[in-house]
Design a binder for this molecule. Structure first.
Ligand SMILES: C[S@@+](CC[C@H](N)C(=O)[O-])C[C@H]1O[C@@H](n2cnc3c(N)ncnc32)[C@H](O)[C@@H]1O
Length: 231
């Protein structure tokens, strides 16, 4: 079931991806060469990086890691790309694309995945548009290396709770966090902390090379279609 939905989802998002690295546009085939360079310690990816505040800070702090910032808003992608280029960052790839399509199709592996304040789609009838559904989480976790970490935050508690339910279908160890280990924050986190909103922060560590083991067909279908458990 997951695989059919995966193909449909990817078919819908087959629009052109734009990729910038070291101040210039690179072709998708150049990416293979960049990913296979041995000079990087870790490959870290941020889904929905906005204007890039968080990932640009990380890339400056850790020049031996490779960072991939994915945005599907052209306006934010352009701001992010200009900022990275002004700072002459050599280790940040900025991508204009749908994150699930791009990760599924072009990224061979991810050591650390960051997803902060994904669009909440708070209305029940829109909740199917959320990026963190069973199909996409399956794609993201399958790219995560063994022992790799996914970091997530949201101020929309029902989304955080449904994401935790989805994560529990996979072989990951989940830890809720009060603060981030690196002390860095995204634009939305700064804004929501000022507003004193409750924020759920978590990290999930991949504990098996087979990401999906407990995802029973009916359970998965229920979570995917109705955003609730099948008892
Ligand atoms: C609420 S903003 C959060 C931005 C940033 N992570 C932060 O915390 O400040 C969500 C971002 O995700 C982007 N986004 C939404 N769906 C996406 C997708 N399928 N692929 C890539 N980016 C996406 C939006 O354009 C938006 O910039």
């Amino acid at each position: 079931m997951v695989h059919i939905l995966q193909l449909l989802g990817n078919a819908q998002s087959m629009k052109k991806s734009i990729v910038y690295f070291q101040g210039r546009e690179v072709s998708l085939s150049d990416l293979t060469a960049i990913f296979s360079e041995k000079q990087y310690n870790l490959i870290e990816t941020e889904i929905g990086a906005g204007k890039g505040r968080y990932i640009i800070n990380l890339a400056q702090r850790f020049p031996t890691n490779l960072y991939i910032a994915i945005e599907n808003s052209f306006k934010f992608f352009s701001i992010l790309t200009k900022r990275a280029s002004k700072k002459n960052l050599q280790n940040l790839i900025s991508v204009f694309s749908d994150a699930s399509y791009f990760i599924h199709t072009f990224i061979p592996k991810i050591d650390v995945l960051h997803i902060y304040f994904p669009d909440p789609w708070p209305k029940e009838r829109h909740s199917k548009r959320r990026i963190l559904n069973v199909t996409n989480v399956n794609i993201f976790l399958s790219k995560l290396t063994l022992g790799g970490t996914l970091y997530f935050a949201s101020d929309f508690i029902p989304y955080a709770e449904s994401f935790i339910k989805v994560l529990k279908l996979f072989n990951v160890e989940i830890q809720l966090l009060d603060k981030w280990e690196d002390g860095l924050r995204t634009n939305y986190e700064i804004k929501y902390e000022k507003e004193k909103r409750t924020i759920i922060r978590l990290k999930a560590i991949k504990t098996s090379l087979t990401p999906e083991t407990t995802c029973h067909f009916i359970k998965c279908a229920y979570l995917e279609l109705y955003n609730k458990d099948y008892d």
